[in-house]
Unconditional design. Structure first.
Length: 101
């Protein structure tokens, strides 16, 4: 391996380790599905898979359910910290469902 590959490997190791810790905070009960794997001398983050919400369910009722999850799961009141997207950046591609939830 050359010097550049070792540098990239070290950087990817450090950054993905921190990213996995952050995702573990965010995903809570799904944290066991978050991990890291080394591919081609670079560390990668493995995230849980979520099905896209079908377009025929892109409506206010579904938005209310999403908002509830964002508040219950992604807002840490004790830390006064939110892990959710800013409202201006909410997009259907940012949300999904797992086991029809």
């Amino acid at each position: 391996e050359n010097w550049e590959n070792k540098r990239i490997e070290k950087e990817s190791n450090n950054s993905t380790e921190m990213e996995v810790k952050n995702y573990n905070k965010i995903y809570g009960d799904l944290a066991n599905l978050v991990g890291r794997k080394k591919l081609n001398s670079r560390w990668c983050v493995i995230l849980p898979f979520f099905e896209l919400i079908p377009k025929n369910r892109h409506n206010q009722e579904t938005l209310k359910k999403i908002e509830k999850v964002l508040i219950e799961k992604f807002y840490k009141k004790e830390e006064s910290k939110s892990y959710q997207f800013e409202e201006w950046d909410w997009r259907w591609r940012h949300v999904g469902e797992r086991d029809n939830q």
